[in-house]
Design a protein around this ligand. Structure first.
Ligand SMILES: *Cc1c(COP(=O)(O)O)cnc(C)c1O
Length: 665
């Protein structure tokens, strides 16, 4: 076969190129890295993914070298690599965008964001954001008691906001009220009409009130996955009649002076900026009306929804956005100003709860491929007395493999014709072989040979097609061949643990090999994970505003790893991930650029061990081991197990308990 049989070095660091016409830049373009990756991810001349954790401000790490060095520290794959500089950079960009918009529109208010803790509750992540965000009085948003506890204890800046969303019972509300005495700035956002009474009762009992916010249900239309988060039937927020009733109730309880914030959230990953504009206009008017009703207000919280361009297409499709961070900030600032100005109302401090936009970029999941299945094998050597059918198939295969005669008028078209003819022949001979087998005229080994040669024909034709100029009109039937050859790549990973949204809500993340980008990928494939679940797969890939079922991948080389990166998954994936098949958390590391060059491994968070996931299900690992010890003693007595075998069995089990749940080669 022609495929990649040229002598290739086995060192993944090698700069060798298998195909002179294919460069690392082609690799970056193929996987869209040059679009969605900017400014954090790129490719170097060796075909490795590079990480620029501080964007354009300098400093870069070779991701492949980094993974090798982390493996040297006994951190096995799959590995979650968190680049804390990226987290910091995202926060800076968000603030810079709002600062620019505020200057451009001469907005007299400020921007003061919060991070919705539910996006990534990991201690190191939240701590990092609080620390970095101090200079802007950046706060946190909590949606449950546990998240409130995180927020209350980590935020010590009296000016930072602490937005309390989610359903609240009396204890939650009282906690928020008392936290105000602690010098924090909790804002209790009323999500349900019933909460008003609870807030009033708690305030009266404690003789103090929290800052109060109202979440409005907007009627603005929305689209996409979270479209149902808005409108009259939305799960959260107060309808306009409820907003009015709430204002009255607060007034009567003497708490209207504490109504400071209007909140709305129209769902995550807003794809179309027009949707946001509608919502902003509506919310802006509600804000104006609340001020007129006598509430002091001061804050307008535009919620989350700031989207990520996962496929780099800049479109209003599900995996993209038709706006930039700056467009978003401009629209928020300009629209709110337009609402307030005609009424002479002081423009509010603008709050956003951008989670996905802050936390997506900073973590990269790297996993290894354990093997690739269903790919056609080599053509077996001819036997002594081969049946005619096999000889015909071999002739067909030979007719495909010689290179086309170059530089002849119309050679390309004639070449295509010949390929089509050869494919028709191959299919015909294969059918003949099957018929002959059914009638008892062909042996099982001969049938196997017939199948192998047919696959080899398919493979050879696909390779010939791959190098044709893009515009060549290829017959439909031949066009489908590469997909027919697609292979399953077995990934050392649980999709349910590490990328649950790909399974649950068809989320697309950029997925690509982190090395060999300077080699033309010769295969098409999708990934199957370690779980015994047919849903455990990654079989939808970004494709410039569309989705493709197969990804261009490289043929595996013996004794050489093939490393795949899943990018932009820093938001939601970790906490939504589950223990399906008892695959636990992966190893995780926090990497920071060192000032003098190189990097620091700030934190290492070891993945769950088998013992830990068993305990999570209430099993006792020691008891499990003890039962097996007794069973092996019984087997020794019966004579079916030797003592040294029993020792080996117990040693494997004991070692596994202390190791991660993933395969270790
Ligand atoms: C989930 C959520 C957010 C975060 O949304 P992103 O789209 O990730 O920015 C913000 N606010 C509320 C109320 C939420 O429920």
């Amino acid at each position: 076969m022609v495929l990649a049989e040229s002598p290739l070095p086995t060192d993944p660091q090698s700069s060798a190129v298998s195909d002179g016409s294919w460069t690392a830049a082609d690799g970056a373009a193929l996987y869209g890295l040059d679009r969605w990756g900017d400014p954090y991810f790129s490719v170097n001349g060796r075909g490795h993914v590079m990480v620029q954790p501080r964007g354009e401000r300098g400093g870069a790490l070779d991701l492949v070298e980094l993974v090798q060095e982390l493996q040297g520290r006994d951190l096995s794959l799959p590995l979650l690599i968190r680049f804390d500089d990226i987290l910091e950079d995202r926060l800076e960009r968000l603030h810079a965008a709002f600062e620019r918009a505020i200057a451009q529109y001469s907005y007299s208010g400020r921007y003061q964001g919060v991070f919705p803790v539910k996006c990534n509750q990991q201690r190191h992540v939240v701590e990092q954001l609080v620390e970095t965000g101090r200079r802007w009085h950046f706060g946190l948003e909590a949606g449950s008691k546990a998240e409130l506890l995180i927020a209350l204890s980590l935020i010590d800046d009296p000016e930072a906001l602490l937005i309390c969303n989610g359903y609240k019972d009396r204890r939650y509300i009282e906690t928020a009220i008392l936290a105000r005495r602690l010098g924090r700035q909790p804002v209790v956002v009323i999500e349900q009409a019933e909460e008003v009474e609870r807030i009033i009762a708690a305030s009266q009992e404690l003789g103090a009130a929290p800052f109060i916010g109202i979440r409005a249900k907007l009627s603005a239309r929305s689209t996409g996955r979270w479209g149902s988060s808005v409108g009259e039937r939305a799960k959260f927020g107060l309808s306009i009649p409820d907003v009015l009733a709430t204002v009255e109730a607060l007034r009567q309880a003497g708490l209207l002076a504490d109504l400071r914030l209007l909140h709305f959230h129209i769902g995550s990953q807003i794809n179309d900026i027009a949707v946001l504009k509608d919502a902003l206009q509506e919310a802006g008017q509600v804000y104006v009306e609340l001020t007129r009703l006598g509430a002091p207000m001061g804050y307008l919280d535009v919620g989350g929804g700031l989207g990520i361009d996962y496929d780099g297409s800049r479109t209003a499709t599900a995996a993209s956005t038709n706006y930039s961070l700056q467009n978003y900030a401009n629209d928020v600032v300009a629209t709110v100003r337009e609402c307030c100005e005609p009424h002479g109302i002081t423009p509010p401090t603008l709050v956003s709860e951008s989670g996905r936009a802050i936390a997506s970029h900073f973590s990269v999941l790297v996993f290894d491929v354990l093997g690739a299945g269903a790919l056609p094998g080599a053509v077996p050597e001819p036997g002594a007395e081969e049946p005619l059918i096999l000889r015909n198939l071999r002739d067909t295969y030979r007719s495909i493999t010689p290179p086309p005669t170059p530089d002849q008028e119309g050679a390309e078209a004639r070449g295509l014709e010949r390929l089509q003819e050869a494919w028709n022949d191959a299919l015909k001979f294969k059918d003949d072989a099957l018929a002959a087998f059914r009638l008892g005229y062909l042996s099982l080994p001969d049938r196997a040979t017939a199948e192998q040669i047919t696959w080899a024909c398919c493979q050879a034709i696909a390779e010939r097609l791959a190098v044709l100029p893009v515009a060549t009109p290829v017959p439909e039937e031949l066009r489908a061949l590469p997909a027919a050859l697609a292979g399953t790549y077995y990934a050392n990973l649980s999709v349910f643990r590490s990328a649950p949204d790909t399974w649950a809500i068809d989320q697309l993340f950029p997925v690509l090999p982190i090395h060999r980008l300077n080699e033309r990928p010769q295969r098409l494939g999708s990934f199957a994970d370690l779980t015994c679940d047919s849903d455990g797969k990654i079989a939808r890939f970004i494709d410039r505003g569309q989705v493709k079922p197969l990804l261009e991948l490289h043929a595996l080389r013996p004794a050489e790893p093939y490393w795949i990166g899943l990018f932009l998954g820093g938001a939601y994936q970790e906490v939504m991930g589950n223990l399906h098949n008892l695959f636990g958390t992966t190893n995780a590391v926090h990497i920071r650029l060192a000032d003098g060059g190189g990097y620091l491994v700030d934190h290492v968070v070891r993945g769950d061990t088998n013992a830990e996931v068993l305990e999570a299900m209430e099993h006792n690992p020691d008891q499990l081991l003890e039962r097996l010890r007794l069973a092996s003693e019984a087997a020794i007595t019966r004579g079916s197990l030797k003592i040294h075998e029993a020792r080996r069995l117990m040693a494997h089990l004991r070692t596994s308990l202390g190791q991660t749940t993933y395969l270790q080669g």
